[in-house]
Design a protein around this ligand. Structure first.
Ligand code: FAD
Ligand code: SF4
Ligand code: SF4
Ligand code: SF4
Length: 448
């Protein structure tokens, strides 16, 4: 099945992909269904309604069961060998927005937000597809932001699944004359968008730039209710969750309409993004364990938080944060230079292997582990996602992998997960996280 084209899906409809446990909850099927027959449940999975005429388009655009990653990613990588899973890199730099407000509101230095604003203000795009706040609830909603304020409002990482691609319907009906868009997306969203664009040239024409976020795992939608609950706050009292609020690396805060915020996990405890690590145990999407594209290999730019330490073990990003920006194409490299010359971003070019001391090897490890898991599923005759990447020989999982899977299964049982989060997010749990961060700094000093 490797390299199969989007026209030959063994699935008839999106709900069959979901029934086989392969859905990524990207929402793209909902945005592309010509009959508008797909709604999304509270779990983010597609539900097909009576309007469906079984045309099969939703399955053909679905990245959950198949994606030709090798064929679709940019060609001619300048870096190879140990970092091959990072993909093609034309230019690699350590960047942050120069505007302190943009820098602080972004997750890791605000490059993505600043670039979207720059493209808008220089007239190259008419809007940006971002993860905006939804007035009706705590989950984000994909929306086309058409002003600086709207783009800035959507800054930051949303570590929760939501039917992002449902907005493609709105984009498709917009007139070409309304102007092109830039898109911020995690890798599986970018895969869905690519498959949809291949089948719908009208959509492809409207997307001028893609800003890819690295992604190692995303959380079940329910996490946005579980976090306030973990700190004794009624979920109904909380609006959008800011997972990386304020100075880098950011605190976890719930917005409490109108205008208030409640801190759920402090910045000091969140060194190394420990809040997200806790959430991965209780709410991590199991399908993410089969994902080989941490680095968002299709995007024009792929951006990550590099977590670089100095000799003392302190992170060098300071309190503003910095991101590593992989420019995948010459025009992306040119745009970064232009933004730097215009004073919009601070930018230092470097070697990808040096700037990705953690994320580079993690991309390799994640891909290798995903392909090992896929090979095992195939051997057992279970449903598995198809990528045009060679599968290794299937072999039994290592004891550490088995133990981690068992712990995840226990913590996905909601009462156990709720107890775990309540402890991890409690004042005592946060003291343990601070101690853990200090322990890692000391360990780094010993080996530096
Ligand atoms: C689920 C998730 C997992 C991640 N995992 C990793 C990781 O393992 N390692 C790593 O180095 N980096 C990871 N990142 C990326 C990192 O958190 C930053 O997003 C990235 O470094 C860009 O920072 P920035 O300050 O330039 O972006 P910002 O200026 O904060 O802009 C981010 C843009 O992306 C949009 N956005 C945020 N979340 C989503 C979402 N879920 N879906 C679609 N659009 C969204 C925002 O609306 C905004 O426009 C992850 C991000 C997400 C959302
Ligand atoms: S398109 Fe996305 S949301 Fe729809 S079934 Fe496929 S993976 Fe799931
Ligand atoms: S009408 Fe077509 S695209 Fe829509 S749900 Fe039915 S099969 Fe899928
Ligand atoms: S790890 Fe992969 S599948 Fe999971 S949310 Fe991130 S991009 Fe999607």
């Amino acid at each position: 099945m490797a390299g199969e084209t989007p026209g030959s899906a063994p699935y008839e409809r999106a709900d069959a992909v979901a029934a086989d446990g392969l859905c990524l909850r990207c929402g793209v099927c909902g945005g592309m269904c010509p009959r508008n027959a797909i709604a999304f449940g509270a779990d983010g999975l597609p539900r097909v309604g009576d309007a469906c005429n079984r045309c099969g388009l939703c399955a053909r655009v679905c990245p959950g069961w198949e994606f030709p990653l090798r064929r679709e990613q940019h060609a001619a990588p300048r870096i190879s060998g140990a970092l091959s899973a990072v993909g093609a890199v034309e230019k690699c730099c350590l960047c942050h927005a120069t505007d302190p407000d943009v820098r602080t509101r972004g997750s890791s230095g605000g490059f993505v937000t600043r670039a979207l604003i720059y493209l808008l203000e220089t007239g190259r795009i008419a809007g940006a597809l971002v993860a905006g706040a939804d007035d009706g609830g705590p989950l984000p909603r994909a929306r086309v932001a058409r002003t600086r304020t709207e783009i800035l409002d959507a800054a930051g990482s949303q570590y929760c699944l939501f039917p992002w691609g449902a907005v493609l319907r709105e984009i498709r009906v917009a007139r070409d004359a309304d102007g092109p868009l830039a898109v911020a997306a995690i890798p599986c969203q970018a895969h869905g968008l690519r498959k949809a664009s291949r089948l719908a040239p009208d959509l492809a024409r409207k997307i001028a730039w893609t800003f890819g976020l690295f992604c190692s795992m995303n959380m079940e939608p329910d996490v946005v209710r579980a976090l306030p609950r973990a700190r004794g706050l009624a979920p109904r009292a909380a609006g959008r969750i800011d997972f990386r609020a304020g100075e880098w690396p950011g605190a976890v805060r719930a917005r409490t309409p109108p205008g208030g915020t409640v801190e759920l996990f402090s910045r000091e405890a969140n060194e190394g993004c420990q809040a997200v690590s806790h959430m991965k145990w209780t709410h991590g999407q199991p399908r993410c364990l089969l994902c080989p594209d941490r680095s968002n290999a299709l995007a024009d730019f792929s951006v990550c938080d590099p977590w670089i330490r100095d000799a003392e073990g302190r992170f060098t990003a300071g309190t503003g944060g910095r991101g590593v920006v992989l420019c995948r194409t010459p025009r992306a490299a040119q745009l970064v230079e232009e933004m730097r010359d215009a004073g919009a971003v601070s930018c230092a070019e470097g070697d990808a292997a040096d700037l990705l001391p953690l994320e580079g090897p993690r991309c390799e490890a994640q891909r290798a582990q995903a392909l090992r898991r896929i090979a095992r599923l195939r051997r057992r005759g279970r449903p598995y996602p198809r990528f045009d990447l060679p599968l290794p020989a299937a072999r039994a999982p290592a004891p550490a992998e088995l133990a981690a899977d068992a712990l995840r299964r226990v913590l996905r049982f909601r009462p156990a997960g709720a107890l775990f989060l309540a402890l991890a997010f409690s004042p005592a749990g946060q003291t343990v996280s601070r101690w853990n961060a200090a322990r890692k700094r000391r360990a780094w000093r010993r080996t530096a």
